[in-house]
Design a protein. Structure first.
Length: 306
């Protein structure tokens, strides 16, 4: 039993680290090569989606296409692809380009705040006490991160803040929209189709705006984002849910922004003040706060961003 728990924790931590590294790798690409977020997101979604759908088809045969035969499921999958998968990937990479990998990844972790607010409104009831505390902590952390504690100034470019907060909103959509689909279909299938459908609007850009030449480091970086930062990181996360509770996996996912922040500071020269780091810690603390309450939360199926 202990070995299974250790395996689950190892998979969750490994997936989070791979995700965190992919943000830093993306910043390296944007800083050193003529590659746009739109192009890299399209490539990432297309190839990762193709691989996941292919794996699911080999495992499940014709059942991999069952999701398209139900009208309600089909609509929900398209909504997930557009407002969840596409939106979360694009806003995250745009936030990296406008700011840096560290702050983009941290702001993405405001997602639970929007989930709490949505559920409170949709269920016509006030948030639980722990949810209210999470909201206050997340808002305080966001304020410190983007202003360094000064009301009259921003420490981040306005576009970096906007895209970062949008990545949090879309991360909430990414989690909420496919809940009923995940109860009926294999998660690899749902996410794979979501990625593949989400890549469709990017196909004209992916095929016509290919960089004129690829250097070795550039190819390695792009390959890492697609293979390790998307496919393996997601599969590690998915496998971890077989051994540990989703709440535990969610808590361990805070290693993702920790990884991105550490690498951005050490390798890319990103500087963060003490106030900004306090803000980051407060935002990440909401993950731990949400892992504390109610046994029912442990029974819910959830999926993560990258």
């Amino acid at each position: 039993m202990k070995s299974n728990k250790f395996k689950g924790i190892s998979l969750a931590v490994g997936g989070s680290i791979l995700w965190g590294i992919s943000g830093t790798v993306a910043q390296y690409l944007f800083n050193n090569f003529v590659i746009t977020p739109v192009w890299i997101v399209g490539v990432r979604l297309l190839f990762a989606g193709l691989l996941l759908v292919t794996i699911s088809t080999l495992q499940n045969g014709k059942a991999a296409w069952q999701i398209w035969r139900n009208k309600t499921d089909r609509r929900q999958l398209i909504a997930f692809a557009v407002f969840g998968m596409l939106a979360s990937q694009l806003s995250y990479f745009m936030a990296i380009q406008a700011g840096n990998a560290a702050t983009a990844t941290i702001l993405q972790f405001t997602g639970p705040l929007y989930i709490i607010i949505y559920l409170a409104i949709s269920q016509h009831q006030l948030p639980r006490r722990i949810d209210a505390v999470s909201i206050v902590v997340a808002l305080a952390g966001t304020f410190l991160l983007v202003t360094k504690g000064h009301l009259n100034s921003l420490s981040l470019a306005p576009l970096a803040v906007i895209w970062g907060l949008l990545s949090g909103v879309s991360q909430a959509s990414y989690t909420l929209i496919p809940r009923s689909l995940l109860q009926k279909y294999d998660a690899k299938l749902v996410v794979g189709w979501g990625m593949l459908v989400g890549s469709i609007p990017f196909l004209p850009i992916v095929t016509t705006q290919v960089p004129h030449s690829f250097a070795g480091p550039e190819l390695v970086a792009i390959g890492y984002i697609i293979i390790f930062g998307t496919i393996f990181s997601y599969l590690f996360y998915l496998q971890s849910l077989n051994y540990i509770a989703p709440a535990t996996t969610g808590m361990l996912s805070s290693i993702e922004p920790l990884t991105a922040t550490t690498l951005a500071i050490l390798l890319l020269g990103v500087k963060m003040s003490g106030i900004e780091l306090i803000g980051a810690v407060l935002i990440l603390a909401t993950v731990f706060l949400q892992a504390l309450p109610t046994k029912s939360a442990n029974k819910e199926k959830t999926i993560s961003n990258g």
